[in-house]
Design a protein around this ligand. Sequence first.
Ligand SMILES: Nc1ncnc2c1ncn2[C@@H]1O[C@H](COP(=O)(O)OP(=O)(O)OP(=O)(O)O)[C@@H](O)[C@H]1O
Ligand SMILES: [Mg+2]
Length: 199
Amino acid sequence: MWDDFTRWGFPGADERVGFVQDLSLHILDIAENSLAAGARRVEIRIEEDLQADRMTIEIVDDGCGMDEEMVKRVLDPFFTTKTTRRVGLGLPLLAEACRMSNGKFCLQSCPGGGTTVRATFQRSHIDRKPLGNIGDTLITLIVGHPEVDLFYEHRKDGGHFSLDTREIKAELGDVPLNTPQIASALRASIFSGLGELGV
Ligand SMILES: Nc1ncnc2c1ncn2[C@@H]1O[C@H](COP(=O)(O)OP(=O)(O)OP(=O)(O)O)[C@@H](O)[C@H]1O
Ligand SMILES: [Mg+2]
């Protein structure tokens, strides 16, 4: 039994505060901030440049934005506008994940002008977290918030995969994106697109 604990970690280890294993979960956190800020469109771009040994993640929203003072304060884990608890960890944890892997974190925002979060990583760095299941992050966002437009673009090694729910919605007409058959077709197409890209 102890061998298993050593190999797999203690039960519940993933739930420890501050322990986000995969970049796809950081991305979900940051996109949830966008949704909480009233965004109608969220754009997520990932670029993996193998030659430059760089990975870049960018999340852009058209939500309410933040003023200059707030932009400075949000990187402090003890700052949150949530009333349910006193710490906000989404942004500081992603910034820390960048710092740990020789990358840079950049937050640009202005009231009424939306927010851009850009995180870069040294792709081969031993402490660079794996991307994890980005397909599930996308499906969670699409099915949970079908009214919000989601754009996703992933570039890797000359290859490219993208998805724009605004275009899909225009084709579907009145049928909501979270209809089970549509959601499962979307899921299949996302996973096949990502698979072809080698993600
Ligand atoms: N995209 C955004 N648009 C507007 N405000 C934002 C955005 N992202 C973050 N904020 C503000 O920054 C605060 C801190 O965000 P952060 O993700 O670090 O913590 P949190 O969302 O409060 O809590 P947690 O992510 O741990 O659940 C948020 O409470 C919110 O007020
Ligand atoms: Mg958050």
